[in-house]
Design a protein around this ligand. Structure first.
Ligand code: HEM
Length: 389
């Protein structure tokens, strides 16, 4: 195969609906599709629902970036390993990965997350108060969608209220595409230093927060806890923000609100923002969808492809809030399935209820064609969402 036969890794999404039209072609041809990363490396793309789930549960396929051939989306950017950042457990395979899940799962159960509802409602209400105080227009991504998850995660970790502005400012720098590498490095250094200080304080004066509970649980070292805190912060910030913003656009377009969990699941399936997140490498030869993948070859299971597979979901490119989207893989699948998914569902629910109840005349302030979508990042979303009421 010559390099001109390869499809480019970052495919343009056409806006709404999703995903890139190329996925359909990949799905209907036998085997897998080989793609070129901007770094020059090649990977296998997996788009069918059944095969995406098979990849994400196969022990011969690894999440560890220290393995030869692990995909690096660009020449300079690669996923950190748990050797680089102790506690970065998304990059570990079982059995090393198990200890982290065991320590964290009790903090993310439906019951634990439900108890956070009043705190999340307060955060959402405050963000809306601030938007309303500024007049009758806002830029929703900056003023709401990025603010809410950042404040929620800081509340969860036990960041004192007085420090939340600092925390929010630094996390925004980390996930904003327009930040320079230098700004991002500096923000990350400040946050890490802050988190380490917080861990020291909580070890002396524990509170009713995640860091204190994990310290008391004794399963993780303070150094690992610092990496875990950074992972939660990064994994849960822009992902949730993109979902909230895209959901607002879709719900306003639909002009329909189904007041139950099905709507949230359908939004997650339909948008599938973390399409390019679950990178993998084969550590043994393995056959996927009739395709031999050799040890050392990179694999990218495309969750947007799987979530728009007509063999799994009827009329997959249609947003249908009354369907059951159960079985979608927007949060991945298998041992690495998103730890924060119950929190995301809560944040989306509280965010939409708050926005549409308190601002019933909310509308997108520009024609849909003028919205700037993030076609070029690892996550799908909106750069900005001008709204008015
Ligand atoms: C893992 C998506 C929000 C924490 C994942 C994975 C996906 C995902 C696809 C699997 C990665 C893989 O298999 O390699 C999303 C989406 C979100 C979201 C679409 C928002 C809409 C959050 C939030 C948190 C979080 C709010 C935390 C508060 C994590 C963690 C992992 C993870 C820690 C790694 C789990 C592990 O390796 O065991 N997420 N995520 N995510 N997510 Fe999320």
């Amino acid at each position: 195969m010559t390099s001109t036969d390869l499809v480019p890794f970052m495919m343009r999404r056409p806006g709404v609906p999703f995903p890139p039209p190329e996925y359909e072609g990949f799905r209907t041809k036998p085997g897998l599709t080989k793609a070129a990363l901007p770094s020059g490396e090649t990977v296998w793309l997996v788009t069918r629902h059944e095969e995406v789930r098979a990849v994400l549960t196969d022990p011969r396929i690894s999440s560890n970036p220290t393995h030869e051939g692990f995909p690096r989306p660009s020449r300079t950017v690669g996923a950190p390993s748990a050797d680089d950042v102790p506690g970065w457990f998304v990059s570990l395979d079982p059995p090393d990965h198990n200890r982290f899940r065991k320590a964290l799962i009790p903090e993310f159960t439906v019951r634990r997350i439900r108890a956070l509802r009043p705190a999340v409602e307060q955060i959402v209400d405050h963000a809306i108060d601030q938007m309303l105080a500024k007049g009758n227009t806002a830029e929703l991504v900056e003023d709401f969608s990025l603010t809410v998850p950042s404040l929620v995660i800081s509340a969860l970790l036990g960041v004192p209220k007085v420090d939340r502005d600092f925390f929010e400012e630094k996390t925004k720098v980390l996930v904003t595409l327009t930040s320079t590498d230098e700004q991002r490095d500096k923000a990350s250094e400040h946050l890490l230093r802050y988190i380490n200080r917080l861990i020291t304080i909580k070890s002396k004066r524990p509170g009713d927060d995640l860091i204190s509970k994990l310290l008391q649980g004794g399963l993780l070292t303070p150094q690992e806890l610092s990496g875990v805190s950074m992972l939660l912060l990064i994994a849960g910030h822009e992902t949730t923000a993109n979902n909230i913003s895209l959901g607002v656009v879709t719900l306003l377009q639909q002009k329909q609100w189904i007041d139950d969990d099905r709507m949230i699941e359908e939004l997650l399936r339909y948008h599938s923002v973390a399409d390019l997140v679950a990178l993998r490498v084969a550590i043994e030869d393995v056959e996927i969808g009739g395709q031999l993948v050799r040890a050392g070859e990179g694999i990218v299971p495309l969750v947007a492809g799987a979530n728009h597979d007509p063999d799994m979901f009827e009329r997959p490119d249609e947003f249908d809030p009354s369907r059951s989207a159960t079985g979608h893989v927007a949060f991945g699948y298998g041992v690495h399935q998103c730890l924060g998914q119950n929190l995301v569902r809560l944040e989306m629910d509280v965010a939409y209820r708050g926005l549409f109840r308190r601002i019933p005349t909310l509308e997108v302030a520009v024609p849909l064609e003028e919205l700037r979508f993030k076609y070029d990042g690892v996550l799908f979303g909106l750069h900005a969402l001008p709204v008015r009421w």
